[in-house]
Write a protein that binds this ligand. Structure first.
Ligand code: ADP
Length: 540
């Protein structure tokens, strides 16, 4: 017997429609490429998204067409999120930090019909334009006064495009399984692969983000969205914000510590979201400039492991609670959020920080398990490491155009490529990417664990651990670290520090200091670059 409930479709347009009606006066604040801070409301955003949908329709865009975007976090990008998806087309966010080859590959693979570009990325697009096969026109995301001189063909000014339409538009109704957005993985091995989200998956994921055991957003929040809108739909936060009417602060291109802190203070931000590298810069600035946070009490950090020392600094020195979350492009991305359970109430600082450094339990909707190399399920004892598999309604079922073959097994499990433990309480902890783990004499050494311990040593700013080939042990760990200017930390200090928590056989064979570490398009350490650079490093 079927239930007798209405089968209303879960559509992205309903989010901005709700925000317009319920939270029409709440602000969206953007640091613009043109310079000034821009502020308007969800009502304005909703109206302009409709103008955009009408303009796209006039350009011949139909349901299912892919529309590329290459832009920072700003109000026009918000309008693209709602306008493109809302009309039934697919919002394809392209990461501007990818190589020109990758950008050309991705746009051609997606067959983007139109391409929307922020001012700073016009030169990048000019460089690849001749290699793009499907793009019929490029919309520059600015007003008439700021239109650049460009050799791009078929150029349209964003403000002129939407101003030619009014907001008298009714969002179309269609199947919630319709594709809404497309995002390519960064492709450190092989070609980038497209993850195609649906209206249903985006809505369920955003509901989860709003829940207390998810990212716990509410109408009372002012959210600083540092995580880029060109990566995994900015963790779905633009959608979740519209659903609960949180004030949204979009930092544009300026992610240095001073600019981020200024926005946090001026806009009374209560919660922020981003990858660890951004918070590293922010914490350094705050310390050097003797600043504090007046209103920010929570920060959501994910995309890479958060070192325990960062969680401690935020809490002890600035009274900011870190929520550690894990996910990937293929998981929309939120899979886990490290909230404490009842049994943890009142736990001692030391245990609290150790637990908070785990990636945490899965949010409702995501199932997970760890398996051995031969696929047997492994115990949840907090010690046994295995490949992490996940499944759920916002986990990919396959890549766009079938790239890379089957993405899931017969029971719907997706192999994340992460190695992790799960403890008795269901808390997952990533010990490594499968390709980064150091395999020494048949044992595994966690590079993430060693990196986190290394940055816990005063004087170290950042650290990467890679496996270096070894004639006897197959691989041994090498620490590559960046010191604070003027710090006198030595190799021996690092090894001494690590030996407090690690077994002798796990200790690195060498520590080298460098001026900086290479980061990829989403702020993550580029270990493949380090592996190439240090391939012939002689361990001592
Ligand atoms: P990519 O395109 O490189 O896969 P993603 O953002 O999808 O970019 O990367 C996902 C990967 O990032 C995860 O599989 C995991 O290895 C890593 N990751 C994400 N969040 C965390 C976290 N909180 N702790 C450790 N690793 C993380």
């Amino acid at each position: 017997m079927l239930g007798l409930m209405q089968n209303r479709q879960l559509l992205i347009s309903t989010m901005i429609e709700h925000a317009q009606k319920q939270y029409g006066d709440i602000e969206i604040v953007s640091r613009t490429n043109e310079g000034p801070i821009h502020r308007y409301t969800y009502k304005d955003c909703a109206g302009r998204s409709k103008q955009l949908a009408k303009a796209l329709t006039k350009l011949g865009v139909i349901v299912g067409d892919r529309i590329g975007t290459m832009a920072f976090n700003g109000f026009r990008h918000m309008e693209l999120y709602f306008g493109i998806s809302g009309m039934g087309a697919v919002c394809h966010t392209v990461n501007p930090r990818l190589s020109a080859d990758n950008v050309a590959y991705i746009v051609n693979h997606a067959e983007d019909k139109y391409f929307f570009v922020d001012l700073p990325f016009v030169p990048l697009l000019e460089n690849v334009e001749s290699r793009l096969n499907s793009v019929e026109g490029v919309v520059i995301m600015t007003d008439k006064a700021h239109m650049p001189d460009t050799k791009l063909k078929n150029v349209i000014c964003y403000e002129e495009l939407i101003q030619s339409e009014n907001d008298d538009y009714v969002w179309p109704d269609f199947d919630e399984n319709t594709a809404s957005a497309l995002c390519y993985t960064s492709g450190t091995t092989g070609n980038p692969k497209g993850v195609l989200y649906s209206h249903r998956s985006a809505t369920l994921h955003a509901f989860s983000a709003l829940s207390g055991e998810g990212l716990s957003f509410s109408h009372k929040d002012t959210i600083l969205l540092v995580v880029p809108m060109f990566h995994v739909n900015a963790w779905g936060i633009p959608y979740a914000s519209a659903m609960c009417g949180a004030k949204l602060v979009l930092p544009g291109a300026c992610l240095d510590g001073r600019s981020v802190h200024e926005l946090i203070e001026k806009e009374s931000v209560t919660v922020s979201a981003g990858v660890p590298t951004v918070w590293m810069m922010l914490l350094k600035y705050i310390k050097d400039a003797h600043k504090t946070f007046s209103t920010m009490r929570r920060t959501i950090i994910g995309g890479a492991a958060v070192p325990r020392s960062m969680i401690e600094t935020f809490k002890k020195e600035y009274n900011v609670q870190v929520l550690h979350a894990w996910g990937m492009t293929e998981t929309s991305p939120v899979g886990t959020a490290c909230h404490l359970k009842r049994k943890h109430e009142g736990m001692l600082d030391d245990d609290f920080f150790a637990l908070s450094a785990k990636q945490g339990p899965p949010v409702f909707g995501v199932e997970m398990k760890i398996v051995s190399a031969t696929g047997e399920e492994l115990p949840w004892d907090g010690k046994t490491c295995g490949r992490l598999l996940v499944r759920g309604p916002w986990i990919t079922s396959g890549y766009f155009r079938g790239e890379g073959g089957e993405a899931i097994d017969a029971e719907g499990w997706f192999d994340t490529g992460d190695i992790s433990t799960i403890d008795e309480d269901g808390y997952m902890q990533v010990t490594d990417r499968a390709k980064d783990v150091v395999k020494s004499g048949g044992e595994w050494i966690s590079s993430i664990d060693m990196e986190n311990q290394t940055v816990g040593l005063p004087g170290i700013v950042e650290a990467a651990v890679i496996a270096v080939p070894h004639p006897k042990w197959q691989e041994r760990p090498l620490v590559i670290a960046v010191k604070q200017p003027g710090a006198t930390v030595t190799k021996e200090d690092v090894i001494d520090h690590l030996s407090k928590s690690m077994a002798k056989w796990q200790l690195p064979d060498d520590v080298v200091f460098v001026d900086e570490l290479p980061h990829g398009a989403t702020g993550k350490l580029l270990k493949n670059v380090l592996r190439t650079k240090f391939r012939d490093h002689q361990l001592v």
